[in-house]
Design a protein around this ligand. Structure first.
Ligand SMILES: *Cc1c(COP(=O)(O)O)cnc(C)c1O
Length: 367
């Protein structure tokens, strides 16, 4: 039995990697008192535009707000229906409902993303948009989704909170739709010291509107153009992000290497694995490495007893959360995912021994 502890996430180790650089950036920002919408935010936005290949990136204070403001700035009206995945974080749905729209949930397929075979049966004459959630750093089949959106004249808003660094047909997540929403939360591939997020859009009008909305509708010091909210990415967070951003490609490559190893070693176990890294259409970023097994709860207990970290993503379907007052559904695959999914440690700072300990412990559970 392995004696090595493997935390699910090791943000302390992440900090140690670039500690000196980050501390000197924080010192610079504090010393110059550059806090709100200053040049580090602009630098971050420009760098992220280059990374994604997007003409407009806007720093915001969370991924949730990126979804919320992305919908607010899109041509959607109260009462419109928005199709999205049944298996997602509650933020996807709250962004829809806070805009006065109605979420319509679709079941998921083998890769845990929205099952595109089921989308058309949910389209009504009120449907105006579709929000694919690129779960765990794998994109939805965007060629098919774009085709459906075109046929029914739907706006595409991508929940790319978990998909930074992921590509499909060599295009970055978050650059297919009218809006791509990203999170910089500590659990995400690129993270700041707390909450943060950003939005990408090819549409300069949406970009302009989101810039206004994030700053209380202020066009200039004098002119206020509309009611907005306070949702600015803090300058100090941007400064931290600009340090980490330089290593983003490497961090994604490291995640892919660990995923490759897991897929290889777990290949013969009676579990459902995520798709292995490939160089074909999908370039997966492995924000998480999620396996599925009917013995999930026993496995979780076993991992705990051996000090191997894990996470159970979302154990209860959103439409069964009575406080959310969603339409009754019975999404079989979503319910199965809630019962069977378990997320294993996957982060760039993991040592070879730690990866081996995860492999060995999971394997010994099934032996
Ligand atoms: C993390 C996440 C969000 C929300 O991002 P925050 O930055 O935490 O607000 C939205 N959707 C999905 C799928 C997420 O994983």
């Amino acid at each position: 039995m392995s004696k090595l502890k493997v935390p699910y996430l090791d943000l302390g180790a992440q900090y140690q990697t670039h500690k000196d650089e980050i501390l000197s950036e924080i010192d610079r920002v504090m010393s110059n008192a550059e806090f709100i919408l200053r040049k580090d935010v602009e630098i971050f936005e420009n760098q992220m535009e280059q990374f994604l290949g997007s003409p407009n990136v806007i720093g915001l204070n969370s991924g949730t707000d990126a979804l919320f403001l992305g919908i607010a700035a899109s041509p959607l009206a109260r009462g419109d229906e928005v199709i999205t995945a049944g298996y997602t974080y509650v933020a996807t749905l709250s962004a829809i409902t806070h805009n006065g729209c109605t979420p319509v949930l679709v079941d998921i397929g083998d890769d845990l993303n929205m099952d595109l075979d089921l989308v058309e049966s949910k389209i009504t004459d009120k449907t105006k948009a579709i929000i694919p959630v690129h779960l765990n750093g794998r994109l939805c089949d965007m060629a098919r989704l774009e085709e459906i959106a075109r046929r029914y004249d739907l706006v595409i808003i991508e929940d790319a909170a978990q998909a930074l660094g992921a590509r499909y047909d060599d295009r970055s997540a978050g650059t297919f739709g009218e809006v791509g929403a990203f999170s910089l939360h500590p659990m995400k591939t690129l993270s700041c010291a707390g909450d943060g997020g950003f939005l990408s859009t090819p549409d300069s009008q949406i970009a302009d509107k989101v810039k206004l909305l994030r700053n209380h509708g202020q066009r200039t010091k004098i002119d206020i153009e509309c009611y907005g909210v306070n949702s600015r990415l803090d300058n100090i967070q941007a400064a931290i992000l600009n340090v980490r951003m330089k290593h983003l490609d490497n961090m994604v490559e490291r995640r892919r290497a660990i995923a490759e190893r897991y897929c290889e070693k777990f290949n013969l176990l009676p579990i459902r694995l995520p798709p292995a890294p490939s160089t074909e259409r999908y370039f997966d970023a492995y924000n998480s490495f999620v396996i599925q097994t009917p013995r999930r709860d026993d496995l979780a207990e076993f991992l705990s007893s051996r000090e191997i970290g894990y996470m159970i993503p979302w154990p209860k379907p959103l439409y069964l959360q009575s406080g959310l007052a969603l339409a009754k559904e019975a999404l079989t695959r979503t319910e199965q995912a809630c019962r069977e999914c378990l997320s294993l440690p996957i982060y760039p700072e993991m040592s070879g021994e730690q990866i081996a300990a995860v492999v060995q412990t999971v394997t010994s559970f099934f032996d």
